[in-house]
Design a protein. Sequence first.
Lengths: 461, 635
Amino acid sequence: MSSEDYKGYRGAALSTLKNFHVRVWSDVEVETSRGKFTGIILPRSETADDRHVVLKLRNGYNIGLAADTIHAMKETGYKKANYKIPEKEFPYDPRKPRVKLFGTGGTIASRLDYRTGAVIPAFSPGELYGSVPELADICNLETEKLYGVFSENMGPEQWIGTAEAIGREIEKGVAGIVIGHGTDTMHHTAAILSFMVQNSPVPIVMVGSQRSSDRPSSDAAINLINATKTAAESDIAEVVVCMFGPTSDRYDLLHRGTRVRKMHSSYRSTFRTIGDIPIAKVSTEGFVYFRDDYKHRRDDKNVTINTAFEEKVSIVYYYPNMKPDIIEALIDNDYKGIVIAGTGLGHVNKPLYPALKKARDKGIAIYMTVQTLWGYVQMYVYDTGRDIMELGVIPAANMLPEVAYGKLGWALGQTSDLKEVKKIMLTPIAGEITEREPHNGYLIYQGGIPEVEEFISRNWK
Amino acid sequence: MLKPFENMTAGDYAELGLKAGLEIHQQLKTKKKLFCRCPAGRYSEKYDAEILRHMRPTLSELGEYDGTALMEFKTKKEIIYQLNKETVCTYEMDDAPPFELNDEALEIALEIALLLKLNLVSELHIARKQYLDGSIPTGFQRTTILGVDGEIPFGNRKIGIVQLGLEEDACREVSDQGHIRVYRTDRLGMPLIEVVTYPDMRTPQEVAEVAQLIRQLTRATGKVRRGIGATRQDVNVSIEGGTRIEIKGVPRIPIIPRLVHNEAGRQKALLEIRQKLRFRGLKPDNFKPQSFDVTEILRQTSYLPIKNVINSEMRIKCVRLPFFQGILSHPTQPGTSFAKEFSDRVRVIACIDTIPNLIHSDSVDETIGSAAWEKIKRVTDFKESDSLIITWGNETDVETAVREIEIRAREAIEGIPSETRQALSDGTTGFERILPGPDRMYPDTDLPPIALDEERIRRIQGQLPILPWVRREKYHQMGLPEKMTDELILSDKGDWLDSILENIKIEPIFPARLLTEKLKHWRRKGLPVDKLDRDILLAVFNAFAKKKIVREAVAIILEKFMENLTASIDELIDEFKPLPATEVEKIAQERAKSIKVVADFDEDKKFEIVMGEVMEKIRGKAVGKEVAEIVRKYI
């Protein structure tokens, strides 16, 4: 028997299966001290304990039987699950634009992974067409799986690989690119791609889902349809994130890659443009552009890919009573750049000053951002700020901390001349620093206030 | 058709091969919901916000699509959820993952599982059961099996229990019109158990009796909810050669027998229809229905159901069903013919829900007029052996309707389609959805399994309440009337009665009557009966048994206790100390004297007046019979 026959089983549960000569997918009758049970043995999740055997009953329910209660097991049949998303050939229509979908992970279409008990993505155009046939009304879709990682495992290797893949496709003349991505770090990747891919002639649309696509209420299909439509038809030649506007199934918002952030651990409408307004909204009814100052679609195939990246960069989230050893550790470990997420307008406490000075003397680039997320760093208002600037910490305007992290890595990847780094850092290239913050760039309405409640009662949440 | 319901015997049902089973849904009395910390059992019409969602079918764990899921997807419904901030959080909105399973609910469910003698599982696995009708915003119900293969005694045989599941309740539907369905979310997520029986019942009456028995059993715990919607029954019915049909959400047990009877009759009728069609040579693969656009022919019709809605976007389509002549008017349920099965499908799946939503050539009713029929028969190449169905609506909906009509007609050749049917108040049923299968189950990846250890099971086993049938036998021995026994078993007052009888030597009928009739009377009068508890009753009955108060005082003290917010039960008992006989004599004598002035009253009348006045003064402080004797002495 192969290890597949005991997938996920360890310890007592594994011995029990072996003792009674049964395996995963065996149809069994089990005698236990709690009575008789009949069903199919399923693989066990590796993270679950080693004391239970999982059985799928005839009615579709799963149950666990403790190994030490089992007196006897008899195999009466064998039924291996054949999990497959119905695959249909993606239709080709010469009149439709060509869109490339890159997969990096996440759950646009997915199936169950017994090993971890979680879901793993399915991805081929055929599978996608099988589960989201609406895509064929929009474009001719090609897919390429670049990576299969959860978004927290995305890093420089994947960012660079994705940027290069984008470059290749643009040179081949696609109408737009969609990138399927886990949502947790989607805004990190969006920011970094905004720097690595310069002067794109076509939309580069990042998309994911907050409810995995194995759920009937998933936002995956709508997000994918809207993202594909944006890639195929929209006029925005930038890196954008396409995710739910409200939690209702209404429309997606197109957020600029350098101003977007995941703001709720689980809501569908988790992505928000910070300190500005989104570029547009998109639904099956079409696009509504909220502004015109985006980079417009062109019909050339020119793009600049610059994948330089210095990995020795860190974000330090300041908290009261932070000790200088945090900074010291970064110095000792040869970090080249530090982004501080400071309090208020961009502050840290006095005990950190000597460490910051030491870092500057060692040639480490240090930039200040704000942990309030909204608003600019302004270090002239208080003495503290002025003192910190004296130590060589450079205010990074209204760049979001994660964006500043990506950009500093990118800048340090290109040069070690700190003056040059500063020039790159403070020259906006993709909207990461804006000249002004409009009054409606900051809107977190407070629940409970009568006029807010009235608004919520009249509009889709 | 079957004989009328009233004339059917057990033998008739045996001949039909009737088999029925139950799925009983019972809400548990917990403070909070099953997978979040919202309050349970708080209902409100008020809502603060709405969200809109759609449902898409997904694959089952074994890689199949569920039939119901695909059907619901065809309906293209926009689902609207009304949210009340007091009763719903981001979990019910499907904007947050579940919290840990409510342990209070698990305890109650385990108690009931043990009462049903189920084989308990060692580890709970939370599953997702797909519901694409939108009644749960996630598109699935979180549910878990606690045990399988139990039984309850029924007369001299046993009814098998398939399983007990613990699950979250669904939304309450507000409306469902066209492509918009609205739900209220307050009930969503409340803990619920589902008890499924084997199809062991053989007559419609037995189904009701078993439903009643299981209700008594769950109520024996005193930990389940009562009232409208707290218990809902699904009834599964099949006859020989038929198929399992689920009648969904029956709110009251007394309507079960007629529903079961009518469903048996419907299945018999459908088998007759199949027989007829097969005699005509029809097979599923040689059946070739055809559809035609007849909009232009009927644009000027004076038939109101069409005339009232016709506009430029409407299409009218006619489906020709070869060799179906007469079939559509074949009776299936009382007052209903086979055509209703088509109308139901069109209503539910194509969302054309203004009735009538179709007309057909087998009907003798006056509809579009014979000239129009003739014209349509010509264009559809109609032959006398055929039937025509005409339906109307917007283009997409009519397309769906035509497809559904063809599907339902083909199913008639195959037999009885597996359906979930809705119970209607007249005892008939209507199509609700295609019956879901095991393909709609999917493991919940958001929650880890929960082990049920021996110690926990033993502890609960040690605290089980008395089974209803054991209690019934006991009360029968005591000589309590049947009706009173029924009431005590269905309420949690049986437990109180048992405590009283265990602790106090007293004839059972006295507290039993107080706990049934008297309590009901008080409730009707609007007294706050919730103020009473087991200890208070024990105190009062104990005082009576120890002769600290007289029999009459028991009810009076309890009434005063409910009315009066300040007095303690001990103070009231003290207040109603019986008067010494000499005191009673004094009062009787005094009253009797004052009445002598009216001479023309006879003895009885005088007694009545004096007795009344005396009792007025000393009510609850002396035994009436004894007072009467004293009063007589002075008349």
